[in-house]
Each structure stands twice: as C-alpha cells, then as structure tokens.
Design a protein around this ligand. Structure first.
Ligand SMILES: [Zn+2]
Length: 330
C-alpha cells in the first residue's frame, strides 16, 4: 500500500518538476537520469528520503503540507523512547510531521553521548526518555550536533547548563549557528570543535566524525560501533538532509548542490570501508523509526540492521538528488 502511494506521489512530483520551466530546459535529460538513479537507490527502504528531497530541488519547501498549530505538541506527546541496540537508544519525537526531529543516545559504559538535541521545546523528551529507559541525564558527557539548525541543537544549551555536558560541532557550524536565527542565550556555548576524521573513544564506543558540507557549511556525519544480540554493528548517520542552502541563488546554488553531492560520494565510500550496516537519520520520518519500532515487536531479527548496501543506497539517494539539482540549475 505504501509503495503504491509513494509511486504516485513520485509520478506527480516528477511531472510537476519536469514541467516547471526554464531552469530545467537546458539539461532535462540529466535531471531525469539522476532522478531515476535516486529512485532506484531509494527503493522501498528510503522512499521518504527520496520524496523529501528530489521533488523539492527547485524549492525546498514545495509540496510541504501546512503544519497544524499543534504539530509540535503532537509530535512530542506521541513520542516513544526506545532501545534499538544494547547501547543505542532513541529519545526523539514522533514522526507525525516531517519536521519532527531525532535524538540518539549511546551508552558507552563510561557516560552517555547524545547525537542531536531536538528543538528547544522538546528537550524534556531527552530527559524523560532517558529516565524511562533506565538511564540518567546526568550521565550525558557529550552532545554531538550534526548541524546548526534549531531542530538539532535546540535543547543542547539546557543540557549543557544542567548537566555540564560538552557540546561538539564543526567550526563552520559554530559560526553558522551563531549567525543564524534564534536568541544567543538559547544557543549552546562553544565547548569543542570537531575536526574532519576525528575519533572520539568513550567506554565501549568509538565515534568517527566527518565534515560533510552540503545541507549546511559544517554538517558532521558520524560512524560508530554498537553492540547487538548478535554481536557488533556499525552505525552511520548522515548529519544533514534537505536542500535549503539559505536561499542561495544562481551559481552559488549550483555550488551547494555540487558540494552536497561530493560529500555524499565521500561518505558512501566511508560507509563501505567501515562496513556500516545500520543507518540512523536525524528526522524519524527519514529512517522510518516508528515503523522499525513496530516491526521490532513482531519479528525476531533487528530491523535496524539493513546491511552495508542499503546504508550506501541511502547516501546514493541523497547524492543523486543533489546531482539532479546541479543538472537542473547549470
Ligand atoms: Zn537542517
């Protein structure tokens, strides 16, 4: 049922996209080829990623259904904290709306590492989620922020102030965040700067951080190990997703698409080299967090283990959509 409706959304979006005028006239063939590549790579696993970014190359907010006023509280109220591996937990929002954000927690045995910190008004989900899962927010040692938009750094300042957690971001992202919207005193204080290729080992876990500009100037994508019932797995997280580019136009916009595509190409090879067989996203709609949660209650294997090829497919989908953007605007 889902795949049928997805295909029709795709078809409608593609037709609108192809027919949308001058920007596509110069290189329509290439756009269509990249669209096909993206669609093939997405398959049924990553259809949400495809639908979120490919049809919106021309306008990053096109096709978004207007969010009702209570969307944030709904996404918060319906959230379910969950354990997805022995030492990896989800304490993010419910994926009722696309803008709902994810927060991931790794229990390293020597402290907790939080990946992304939701919105300022949903930070209590992190605390209550941890408590429900038998973890203590006081044990948060590090907060890794994938990129400096408020739906990912939101509660970092609160957790920093309350628990002394150290916040990590790439240098361009500290700058991007401080120049962005939002009151300065709601933004985390600069603790640590992530360097490209940097490793952080805490307890049983080694995190490897890569600066993958595209969604924002200093987006960080992360690869780390987790323990499952059947042994160790390797998790990849693509730290940015959409093609907003802060309203860039013309050549600047093409460069953003190129940068995004190059980062994706590089991250795909890192995923393969390190054998990442689990993919987690920064919005629950993108990795089907809640569908996987439901599935985990009915099947004996862990639905989060999708294999290296499908993790690579996620990144390929993002890359092909970005290449379609290059073709569309050049
Ligand atoms: Zn963002």
């Amino acid at each position: 049922m889902k795949s049928i409706s997805t295909i029709s959304v795709f078809a409608a979006a593609s037709l609108a996209f192809m027919a949308s005028g001058a920007v596509f006239a110069q290189d329509e063939g290439n756009v269509a080829d990249h669209f096909r590549d993206a669609y093939a790579a997405a398959g049924t696993d990553h259809y949400n990623l495809f639908n979120m970014i490919c049809p919106r190359i021309e306008n990053s907010s096109a096709g978004k259904i207007a969010t009702p006023e209570n969307a944030r509280s709904e996404s918060i109220d319906r959230a379910i904290p969950m354990q997805v591996f022995d030492n990896l937990y989800y304490v993010g929002e419910y994926s009722f709306w696309e803008s709902s954000a994810s927060a991931w927690v790794v229990d390293t045995g020597e402290g907790l590492v939080l990946i992304d910190a939701l919105y300022p008004d949903s930070g209590h989900l992190i605390e209550s989620g941890l408590e429900t899962l038998g973890l203590d927010p006081k044990d948060i040692k590090y907060i890794v922020i994938g990129h400096g938009h408020a739906d990912h750094y939101g509660a970092a300042r609160e957790l920093q102030d309350k628990y002394g957690a150290e916040v990590l971001m790439a240098e361009p992202e500290w700058e991007f965040m401080s120049n962005g919207r939002g009151e300065p005193d709601t933004k985390p204080v600069k603790d640590q700067v992530i360097e490209d290729g940097q490793e952080l080992t805490l307890g049983n876990t080694t995190f490897r951080f890569y600066i993958t500009p595209g969604h924002t100037p200093g987006t960080v994508s992360t690869i780390f190990n987790v323990q499952g019932d059947d042994g160790e797995h390797v998790v990849a997280q693509w730290g940015g997703t959409g093609f907003g580019f802060g309203g860039a136009e013309g050549d600047e916009k093409i460069e953003w698409f190129r940068t995004y595509a190059a980062s994706a190409e590089r991250f795909e090879s890192l995923v393969r080299d390190q054998g990442a067989d689990v993919m987690i996203a920064n919005h629950p709609g993108l990795d089907n967090t809640y569908e996987k949660h439901a599935l985990s209650e009915t099947i004996s294997s862990n639905p989060w283990v999708i294999g290296v090829e499908k993790v690579a497919n996620y990144i390929q989908t993002a890359q092909s959509c970005a290449l379609a953007g290059v073709a569309a605007y050049k």
